[in-house]
Design a protein around this ligand. Structure first.
Ligand SMILES: Cc1cc2nc3c(=O)[nH]c(=O)nc-3n(C[C@H](O)[C@H](O)[C@H](O)COP(=O)(O)OP(=O)(O)OC[C@H]3O[C@@H](n4cnc5c(N)ncnc54)[C@H](O)[C@@H]3O)c2cc1C
Length: 407
């Protein structure tokens, strides 16, 4: 079996299935003892793994139907493809993560997000979804239904989503600028002002006293220069990981361009080969951002030796039961690690202890060590009931996810 994108584990599935229609998929699911569906395989944990049948939607027919402020798409559509088609139709997603190679449903199932005080996770854009459940039936869940907010961020544990209807907005243009060497103390002191300075703001740091701030503002918004913080506007393109060439990064230096070619940090036409890195991310309520920054900075001696880079972002609150930004506008602390699992896990335990006063929630698709990840979610038990209802035979079981429920 193949590995995930980062190459840090091999899928343990006994067989692979690539259904080419909903009917074929229904047959696969109905006859499987256990199954799980994989998107682009870009998660860093075994969240998509199964010992049974690993289903991919890569041969399903493409769906793209524009509605009233919405679009209905096949769930396995890659974000880059979706963005290209939306843009051609004069439409946009308000949010994009740092890379567009992942599938729309894989992104939603783990509450993948970009950055921006007013920008929610991709999951919160879902209006409805069509789900093939373990008995082979198709259930449509729509925003407003009692169970809907439990069904989007569900990591494949309820069934296979075959189509989603998403909220979309009119296409817009964005300019991206990088401010280098912002003194870390200025970032901490003025964290709210820095993150309010543009539509989408990311602060990259290796916890060595400075941050590099990527500010992406819509061309129709007022632009706020961040030089007042002591940072220097970059005069050439910059890669988020120090020392890496910026060739594969989206255009910077304030050159205006379409939303989908500026909001991700990386260009869609650059396909990463094997990512020799691991990733983790923790979310705290936004009012604790400065305290959390200080606590993490105090761990710099432990973090930095295993780190490639960290990214600090903000995400608007949403209503999804298992979204890490459920009911709280959040600041997210991301870590791109060197590929040393044992060393990373040791430092994760320290980070989790340092952030514990603020009840951090972890990114479901990245690595974490929290023993009780669900206890931070008011609707965790409700989600367990929904899983019992939609997958009573546990066809979509997965040891990692099952462990979160049994502790
Ligand atoms: C280089 C890199 C950059 C990243 N940047 C960001 C970022 O900016 N922001 C962020 O939040 N995350 C980021 N991530 C994490 C990534 O967005 C998530 O791990 C995402 O879930 C990966 O999507 P995927 O399509 O690869 O899904 P997979 O990893 O294949 O699957 C993820 C989950 O979705 C489920 N799933 C897949 N298809 C279906 C389906 N049809 N129906 C139901 N469930 C399904 C799977 O079972 C699994 O539980 C990044 C990852 C990488 C490798």
């Amino acid at each position: 079996m193949s590995t995930n994108w980062a190459g840090n584990f091999t899928f343990s599935a006994a067989r692979a299935a690539h259904p080419a229609s909903v009917e074929e998929l229904q047959d696969v699911v109905r006859t499987a003892d256990s199954a799980r569906v994989v998107g682009a395989g870009h998660s860093f944990s075994t969240i998509a793994d199964t010992g049974g049948t690993l289903i991919s939607l890569d041969r399903m027919p493409e769906v793209f139907e524009v509605g009233d402020g919405s679009v209905r798409v096949s769930a396995g559509t890659r974000l880059a493809r979706l963005a290209e088609r939306l843009h051609a139709a004069g439409l946009a997603l308000p949010a994009m993560p740092s890379l567009p190679h992942i599938t729309i449903i894989g992104a939603c199932a783990t509450a993948t997000h970009g950055s921006g005080n007013a920008i929610p996770s991709l999951a919160s854009l879902v209006r409805s979804l069509d789900l093939v459940t373990a008995d082979g039936g198709v259930t449509t869940l729509t925003r407003g239904d009692e169970r809907f907010d439990g069904a989007v961020v569900a990591f494949g544990s309820l069934g296979v989503v075959v189509a989603v209807e998403l909220d979309v907005v009119p296409a817009f243009e964005v300019e991206q600028r990088v401010y280098q060497d912002m003194p870390f103390d200025a970032l901490v002191e003025d964290v709210d002002a820095v993150f309010a300075s543009a539509y989408s703001v990311s602060a990259f740091t290796t916890w060595q006293g400075v941050a590099h701030v990527f500010a992406k503002h819509r061309t129709t918004d007022t632009r706020h220069d961040l030089s007042w913080t002591g940072a220097t506007p970059a005069t050439e393109p910059v890669h988020p990981v120090p020392g890496q060439p910026a060739l594969h990064c989206t255009a910077q230096l304030g050159v205006p361009g379409p939303w989908h070619e500026r909001l991700p940090h990386f260009r869609a036409d650059f396909t990463p080969s094997v990512g020799r890195e691991l990733q983790s991310e923790y979310f705290v309520a936004r009012e604790h951002a400065a305290d959390a920054l200080r606590a993490l900075n105090d761990l710099s001696a432990e973090i930095t030796p295993v780190l490639l880079t960290s990214e600090v972002r903000t995400v608007a609150a949403d209503a999804q039961w298992l979204s890490p930004v459920h009911d709280r506008p959040s600041t997210a602390f991301h870590f791109t690690w060197q590929p040393d699992d044992a060393a990373v896990r040791a430092v994760l335990r320290k980070i989790e202890a340092a952030l514990s006063p603020w009840r951090p929630r972890a990114h479901w698709g990245k690595l974490f060590e929290l023993a009780d990840p669900g206890e931070r979610y008011p609707h965790w038990a409700r989600f367990a009931e929904l899983r019992d209802e939609l997958d009573p035979t546990r066809t979509f079981r997965n040891p990692l996810v099952d462990g979160w429920f049994t502790g």
